[in-house]
Design a protein around this ligand. Structure first.
Ligand SMILES: NC(=O)c1ccc[n+]([C@@H]2O[C@H](COP(=O)([O-])OP(=O)(O)OC[C@H]3O[C@@H](n4cnc5c(N)ncnc54)[C@H](O)[C@@H]3O)[C@@H](O)[C@H]2O)c1
Length: 260
């Protein structure tokens, strides 16, 4: 598939040192874009940027820091403008998945999840789309939701709430951003094998794959391909939508035989 409207564009991707964000950064660079790659950990950010810079020299720059922190977000936007001169694409991908019993969930953990998943995404979108608006040449925003924002899973109520809110953020902003030719959509990945999920469950592919119609968990590249499409020229007429990328998992119904 050839995607147009990616070459020479400037993208900010948070949480891009590993996993889905890294796959998005790689695919954007492969298609000729410039990327500012953010991750919480300085070493992870530097390592990922170095890996990509070896192939796409000068087109990938590092900016480490907590993507839930407003000062970091301000710095990230400023850094991108100083180094690449504009902002066309924003993917607030960084998110924290904190499992916890509903009755025991602490205010501190609640705040942690909300700070990154919601505050970080909201203010990055706010600050970057203000720049896009002034540039006057449109833009693209892709939020990283989750099927956990659609279906119910134990121990993930706070995470689920934030991921559902991101779908609504995309819907809420179509009116504000549409007149500036800025589209905003979300992706809801299903079970996807990343460095983190492999740590959570060593047999991640086996344990989760058997829940899916095709028997395979998703790869970061599956999500990156979807993201590239939503960022491309061809997706100009899509806004306010959430694209579920889960191998068909969420549409499966249950029947009494499942309980045997
Ligand atoms: N992997 C899945 O199965 C899955 C499913 C649904 C949704 N998602 C969502 O997709 C996104 C990426 O998932 P993943 O599994 O690749 O993520 P991950 O948890 O592996 O994190 C990716 C990167 O984000 C960085 N990060 C963590 N906290 C950060 C912070 N405060 N600021 C900046 N960077 C930070 C990590 O260091 C890591 O390198 C997340 O928003 C996640 O909620 C993932």
């Amino acid at each position: 598939m050839i995607y147009t409207g990616i070459k020479d564009k400037v993208a900010i991707i948070t949480g891009a040192g590993t996993g889905i964000g890294f796959a998005i950064a790689s695919l954007l660079l492969e298609n000729g874009a410039n990327v500012v790659l953010n991750d919480l950990d300085n070493e992870v950010t530097e390592k990922a940027t170095k890996t990509l810079d070896a192939k796409y020299s000068g087109h990938c720059l590092p900016f480490s820091g907590d993507a839930g922190n407003i000062e970091v977000i301000d710095g990230l936007v400023r850094y991108t403008l100083e180094h690449f001169g504009r902002i066309d694409f924003v993917v607030p991908n960084a998110g924290i998945t904190l499992f916890g019993d509903f009755f025991e969930f602490s205010p501190q953990d609640f705040q942690k999840v909300v700070n990154l998943n919601l505050q970080g995404a909201f203010f990055l979108v706010q600050k970057a789309s203000a720049i896009m608006k002034d540039q006057g040449s449109g833009g693209r925003i892709v939020l990283m939701s989750s099927i956990t924002g659609i279906k119910s899973y134990p121990s993930l109520s706070v995470y689920a709430m934030t991921k559902a809110a991101l779908r609504m953020l995309a819907r809420s902003l179509v009116l504000v951003l549409g007149e500036h030719q800025i589209t905003i959509n979300a992706i809801a990945p299903g079970a996807t094998l990343t460095e983190r999920t492999a740590l959570e469950e060593p047999d991640y592919a086996g344990a989760w794959g058997k829940l899916l119609p095709g028997g395979n968990v998703g790869k970061p590249e599956d999500i990156a391909n979807t993201c590239l499409f939503l960022l491309s020229e061809g997706a100009a007429h899509i806004s306010g939508q959430t694209l579920v990328v889960d191998g068909g998992w969420t549409v499966i119904g249950r029947y009494p035989g499942d309980l045997d």
